[in-house]
Design a protein around this ligand. Structure first.
Ligand SMILES: N[C@@H](CCC(=O)N[C@@H](CS)C(=O)NCC(=O)O)C(=O)O
Length: 217
């Protein structure tokens, strides 16, 4: 039994989708942000920085989105290459790439004041990194067509899709705006996944449009 501590339209979103792809029993607890839950000792015991998400597991708490994705993939076959699979190294490399080189600058775009007081410069720099790094990843998909990043739902396509969902919410002209149409290889994968029940169910649960990737807000 897992317990996911979530907040709508935050990094917990991909975990809500991935949990629905498993046969695990789980419950989802909405974090009481207004009540200060992120700063509470109880929540800090699950996530030491008071960030969203955190997953309680039979093995203890697991935190950091990418770590939770890997934890679930290792216990629920089909979400990513198995530990002894030939393409495991490539999968791990691009999972770490996504956490460090995509998710981190995406967070800077949403919280630029945490990096420096000149928020427009922070946003411009982070947006440039996001665009350049998504282009590198997209080219890799075109070159190698990995099975672990195809139209079959799994941890990588849903993790990347969550970020594209957020970035597609920026208005035309915003430096960080990115949509499936900007990504020749990842874009069609996300379009194909949009109607998957795991995506549709979480979009509905979080009060979001069914066009989760293509027209997110
Ligand atoms: N590297 C962390 C980032 C988590 C994170 O920053 N989550 C955001 C929501 S998407 C959050 O907790 N925001 C609330 C805050 O920082 O106060 C992870 O991947 O889990």
């Amino acid at each position: 039994m897992y317990t996911l501590h979530y907040w709508p339209d935050s990094a917990s979103q991909v975990l809500r989708m991935v949990l629905r792809l498993t046969d695990a029993t789980f419950r989802e607890v909405q974090i009481d942000r207004a009540g200060g839950a992120l700063d509470s000792a109880a929540y800090r015991a699950l996530q030491p920085l008071g960030k969203i998400p955190a997953l309680e597991t039979p093995d203890g708490p697991v935190f950091e989105t990418a770590a939770i994705l890997l934890y679930l993939a290792d216990r629920h076959p089909g979400l990513a290459p198995a530990p002894d699979a030939k393409d495991r190294g490539a999968f791990l490399s691009w999972l770490a790439f996504s956490a460090f080189n995509l998710h981190a600058p995406v967070l800077q775009v949403f919280y630029p004041e945490r990096t420096a007081s000149d928020t427009s410069e922070v946003t411009a720099n982070a947006a440039a990194q996001i665009k350049a790094n998504f282009a590198v990843l997209d080219a890799m998909i075109g070159r190698t067509r990995p099975d672990w990043l195809s139209t079959r739902p799994g941890v990588m396509n849903l993790y990347l899709g969550m970020m594209v969902h957020w970035l597609g919410g920026f208005a035309e002209g915003h430096p960080a705006r990115l949509t499936p149409a900007d990504l020749p290889n990842l874009g069609p994968i996300l379009v194909a996944l949009e109607s998957h029940p795991a995506v549709a169910e979480v979009a509905a649960a979080e009060g979001l449009k069914p066009t989760f990737f293509t027209d997110p807000y």
